[in-house]
Design a binder for this molecule. Structure first.
Ligand code: AHR
Length: 714
């Protein structure tokens, strides 16, 4: 069978016409040849050194049971679960659970063994763990077993020939003369994947470390972790940890398969720790970095009320930085700026000074040498070398603080204090796209956030073409105007598909990234959000997340692959590119649905006025960008139309162009196609070689596709 490009011209035109006729919405030129002119000797921007990055926060169980691979859930017995009301289906409502309910822990009594467990406030481990698990064994002789089991984060993953590290604190009452066994056991109790023993417990708290090595076992998630006693008497368990192997074997490090997927994105920076997670619903539940430091058993953890679940804070400030180190990323450190999600805030003055001081100390913890107080603390925590820090973000989405002048004043106070000590740090503001909230100081960088549907994303994909680049100031004689801030697109995504985006979303994303890359003189960095979702029922708070995972495996969505294709074909310079004959279609922006009114909120006024009916506007269906580095030109072509498109490319400014080239293409039979745990590779880029390439050639890209052309030219 012939491919499309091998068909005679009249057959190609006929099939394109037939496809076109079947697409009533496509109004202009779909199927016509699109002309793309690339001037390789005209550089419109140098690619910024940190252009593609990652945005992260604790959402959708991103770290708890995710990238931070602690397998024990509720390891310090402090977890609680608020009551959940289900108005549609009251039967599905769930009552609150308190720490005393020891969520995720169960009593194990086997083969006639008998005992009980409770949370005991009379035997604290330390200030961070004021109550511990008391196990009273009434009967345990011979092979009888009494213990406690933990069900982990949607199961405990067992993989063959794998070594797991166990750490726990325990002590015994004088009536107990036995030891303690640690095991990974199948949920039905029939298979022990691995087990190890502590021969004898002591009367004082003691830390125990064991290894559990599996053999040729079947991989499965249907397991639990069991600590069991072998004699009658009383024991206390103070803290329990079970770790699988980590990426680069880092202690308290990161899940291997997920890190490998992230490494494929070649990320250049990491924006952390949020997002809403930075702010918390109240000051008390913000990301309080100081309580996330040190040995894990000394971290109290906190309730992540921004997203509704317990955070162990195993993923603390140093772990974010270690993550940067493992993937060679620069930190983009977001500091708490005295404003929380439910509107709690402080004005500049002594109350805000507390948070400014906290931010200065945090910066010192990250980047100070060991002669500084917080640099020395970082060294004590295991990392003497300072981390390179260039970007600090003041707050998150402070455009939600609608009080006139509030963010302006808070930003000014942070700005002046930080710049006084660290004049070279670039400060990022979060007041919104126009930065209109700031009047007295200019940020170095504006953080833009946008989440859109696929048409809306495509419609806006060329927005940065018209971004103001130069501050013209007040005219002759006026003082020099400050430079216009650069753009950091700190959160963005095409939200189509759940839990992870589908091919349609990937095309919206690719269109947006073509616009970002083409405007790299003003857009200096960008990162998609959210990054992760645990696909298990009940784990997701936000749909359309780049990477999905469960206990056993991880996969990249089509949107992941679109990111990967951009990030693996960056180049060092952006080239002048002009396109004509781009297919376009009419698009009507649908009004956003009104926000539902909550209890106590007044309903919107009944039909006080009728909003105007939106008029159709023309939306391009193709998007382009071109970059180059020594000897290679990368042309990115996004085709959102439902027909293949012939693209006539002329390349000037090169002395020679090789006759063959490489294409990397992301496409699928349907834009609804997606990847999942059970079908992780359905939509992935395909690499091919093409011939007939030169300074003037035509290449046809498939319908609904994203293509990178890798041309060799000097
Ligand atoms: O990415 C999800 C949330 O969207 C972030 O936490 C917040 O900054 C934004 O509103």
């Amino acid at each position: 069978m012939k491919t499309f490009t091998e068909l005679p011209r009249y057959r190609r035109l006929l099939s394109l016409w037939l496809l076109l006729a079947a697409q009533p919405l496509v109004l202009a030129q779909a199927g016509n040849v699109v002309n793309l002119q690339i001037k390789a000797d005209q550089i419109t921007a140098k690619m910024p050194p940190t252009f593609h990055g990652l945005m992260t926060e604790e959402i959708n169980y991103a770290f708890e049971g995710g990238l931070y691979p602690e397998l024990i859930r509720n390891r310090n017995f402090k977890e609680f679960v608020p009551a959940r009301q289900n108005r549609q289906n009251p039967q599905a409502s769930t009552p609150a659970k308190e720490p005393k309910d020891l969520v995720h822990w169960s009593l194990v009594e086997e083969r006639g063994g008998a005992g009980s467990m409770m949370l005991d406030t009379g035997a604290p481990l330390n200030a961070a763990v004021p109550a511990t698990l008391k196990l009273t064994v009434a009967r345990a002789t011979g092979n009888q077993k009494v213990g406690v089991s933990n069900d982990g984060f949607w199961g405990i993953p067992v993989k063959p020939d794998t070594t797991y590290k166990v750490m726990f604190y325990a002590k015994s009452a004088p009536d107990y003369a036995g030891g303690m066994a640690a095991s990974i056991v199948s949920n039905d109790g029939t298979t022990v994947a691995a087990t190890a023993q502590v021969p004898k417990l002591t009367a004082a708290w003691q830390k125990y470390e064991l290894t559990l090595k599996t053999g040729n076992v079947k991989a499965s998630a249907e397991n639990r972790f069991v600590l069991s006693a072998n004699k009658p008497g009383t024991v206390w368990i103070g803290f329990v940890s079970l770790f699988p192997p980590t990426y680069k074997d880092r202690p308290n490090g990161f899940r291997k398969d997920t890190m490998e997927l992230l490494a494929g994105l070649k990320p250049e920076f990491l924006r952390f720790p949020g997002g809403n997670y930075l702010e918390g619903n109240t000051f008390a539940t913000r990301f309080n970095w100081k309580t996330t430091l040190g040995p894990v058993e000394e971290r109290p953890g906190h309730f992540n009320d921004a997203w509704g679940y317990w955070s162990s804070d195993g993923m603390g400030l140093l772990e974010y930085l270690n993550w940067c180190e493992d993937l060679h990323m620069e930190p983009v450190l977001a500091v708490f700026a005295g404003y929380s999600l439910r509107g709690e805030k402080v004005k500049p003055g002594p109350e805000l000074d507390v948070f400014i001081q906290e931010a200065l100390e945090e910066i010192e913890y990250v980047s100070g040498d060991t002669s500084t107080t917080w640099g020395a603390r970082r060294a004590k925590d295991g990392h003497p070398a300072p981390f390179k820090l260039r970007y600090v973000e003041i707050g998150n989405e402070d455009f939600f603080d609608r009080e006139k002048g509030s963010y302006d004043a808070r930003f000014t106070a942070f700005h002046d204090a930080i710049k006084a000590k660290h004049p070279d740090l670039l400060l990022i503001e979060t007041g919104g796209t126009s930065a209109a909230l700031l009047t007295t100081r200019t940020a170095d960088v504006n953080d833009d956030h946008y989440y859109r549907g696929s048409d809306e994303m495509a419609f806006n994909a060329n927005n940065y073409d018209s971004r103001v680049r130069v501050n013209r100031g007040g005219g002759p004689g006026a003082p020099a105007a400050p430079p216009v801030p650069k753009v950091f697109v700190g959160e963005w995504a095409t939200r189509v598909g759940s839990p992870t985006p589908n091919m349609e979303a990937a095309l919206g994303d690719a269109a947006n990234m073509a616009g970002l890359e083409r405007n790299a003189d003003v857009v200096m960095m960008h990162c998609y959000a959210p990054l992760f979702v645990n696909v298990n029922p009940g784990a997701m708070q936000w749909t359309s997340d780049l990477i999905g995972y469960d206990t056993m495996s991880v996969y990249g969505s089509p949107a992941y692959w679109a990111q990967q294709m951009f990030a693996n074909h960056v180049g060092d310079s952006v080239l002048n590119i002009a396109a004509s004959g781009i297919p376009a279609r009419e698009w009507v922006q649908q009004p956003r649905p009104a926000r539902p009114t909550g209890p106590g909120q007044s309903a919107p006024a009944p039909t006080a006025f009728v909003p105007p009916t939106p008029m159709p506007r023309m939306m391009p269906d193709m998007f382009f960008s071109a970059t180059k580095d020594d000897g290679t030109v990368y042309v990115k072509i996004v085709n959102r139309s439902t027909v293949p498109q012939a693209v006539h490319i002329t390349l000037t400014g090169l002395t020679s162009v090789a006759p063959t080239a490489k294409t990397i293409t992301l496409s699928s039979a349907s834009t609804n196609d997606t990847n999942s745990i059970t079908d992780p590779h359905k939509v992935e880029p395909v690499t091919a070689n093409i011939s007939g390439v030169g300074p003037d050639f035509t290449h046809t890209v498939p319908a609904s596709s994203f293509t990178v052309l890798e041309l060799s030219g000097k």
